[in-house]
Design a protein around this ligand. Structure first.
Ligand code: OSB
Ligand code: MG
Length: 385
């Protein structure tokens, strides 16, 4: 880190933010419970509702920052109960911390959380702090960290239904304006799924990007067979085709389809790992909620960029507050150039803001939320200090 790079709670800021500081005054923590429109089938769980926490931090000058902490069953290390406990402990410590300033010294600024392991709690709490600081400086979080931001980001349209719904779903998304699709595979017979992918390619033409996600469903042999079969359909990349990620370079050598890491990133202890030996690695699917800590997430984004790997900022079915924060990160990291994985709001039947995170023509406008944008009718107040 350069000598003059200001850092705030261990996160590097754009150089003009040398002299920032904030002192917290109060905090409120809400638990929300939002129904899905229909049961969401994830690999290890079927969910009828999305639970999570909304954190509202206020500083001594009256500025506000919002954060969301939503452990995803089957993906997050924490349960909701652990997340509530860790959040209240951390927020208590922060309220007694005194003044947060930008420093050149990572250690000092991290002292309030130095003994805690990365957790879904940290990303949520850190985004509330960053959001507060950004609000106080009338800027978006992305612009404060990176010095630039687009005002909207393109999305990969999600196709998660059964095989017979794939082509109509793809047509709908293309008609709406989406230019990139992401299809969930690895759920039924791979031969049928590869035919479905080829049908979609035929229907949408050559200019639409097609991404696939197998969520580690296949052994190497089935993955290669599937890869060879869809090769001609021109696949942007496939997320996690094999159960064992160590086999991924062999998958690429055998079928030529590029792959992306998703689940694998959540288990990586050292975020500065080299991906040199992973021939065929095209993208890192980055879900800050599951990676768990902002500094770690940003380190991995920089690592990807330096190795010519795409960082694809993605959601984990967060509510509107979480999606707004993710849109701000995506707008600075890949901007209006690369489709990101934030197309999850339409799965929820209700939200945490008065209007849902807007999606138009396959794009998500970047939102900076204030307290008056919140709709807390699906929330219960858990903690106030
Ligand atoms: O497997 O990529 C996944 C959301 C939660 C948990 C796992 C996944 C997802 C998504 C998010 O697919 C949407 C996207 O990446 O486009
Ligand atoms: Mg995935």
């Amino acid at each position: 880190m350069g000598l003059d790079a200001p850092n705030f709670i261990g996160i590097k800021l754009s150089p003009q933010f040398q002299n920032i500081s904030l002192e917290l005054k109060s905090a409120r923590l809400y638990q929300f419970n939002l129904p899905f429109k229909k049961a969401l089938d994830l690999k290890h769980a079927s969910l009828n509702q999305r639970e999570g926490l909304i954190l509202i931090l206020t500083d001594k000058t009256g500025h506000v920052g919002l954060g969301e902490i939503s452990p995803l069953p089957g993906f997050s290390r924490e349960t909701m109960g652990t997340a509530v406990y860790k959040t209240t402990m951390l927020v208590d410590r922060m309220l007694n911390f005194g003044e947060f300033t930008a420093t050149q010294d990572t250690q000092n600024s991290l002292s309030w959380k130095e003994r805690t392991a990365p957790s879904v709690v940290h990303f949520g709490v850190e985004s509330a702090l960053l959001g507060l600081l950004a609000n106080a400086n009338s800027i978006s979080v992305g612009a404060m960290l990176y010095g630039h931001s687009s005002n909207k980001v393109p999305l990969n349209g999600l196709i998660t239904g059964s095989l017979s719904e794939w082509v109509p779903a793809a047509e709908n998304l293309i008609n709406e304006g989406y230019k990139t699709l992401k299809i969930k595979v690895g759920r039924i017979n791979p031969e049928l799924e590869s035919r479905g992918v080829k049908d979609i390619r035929q229907r949408v033409g050559p200019d639409i990007k097609i991404r696939l996600d197998a969520n580690r469903s296949w052994n190497l042999e089935s993955a290669i067979e599937f890869g060879k079969s869809v090769y001609d359909a021109g696949i942007d990349y496939i997320e996690e085709p094999t159960t064992d990620p160590a086999e991924l370079p062999r998958f690429f050598d055998a079928c030529g389809v590029h792959f992306a890491f998703d689940e694998t990133l959540h288990g990586i202890i050292n975020p500065t790992i080299s991906f040199d030996s992973y021939t065929g690695l095209k993208a890192l699917v980055m879900k800050p909620t599951l990676i768990g800590c902002t500094a770690r997430f940003i380190t991995m984004v920089n690592l990807a960029i330096n190795q010519d790997i795409l960082p694809i900022i993605s959601s984990s079915y967060e509510s509107d507050v979480g999606l707004a924060i993710l849109s701000q990160f995506a707008a600075s990291i890949t901007g209006d150039k690369v489709a990101v994985g934030l197309d999850t709001r339409s799965y929820l039947a209700a939200g945490t803001t008065k209007t849902p995170s807007p999606v138009q023509d396959g794009w998500m406008p970047v939102r900076t939320l204030k307290t008056q944008d919140l709709d807390l009718s699906h929330c219960e107040l858990l903690y106030q200090s």
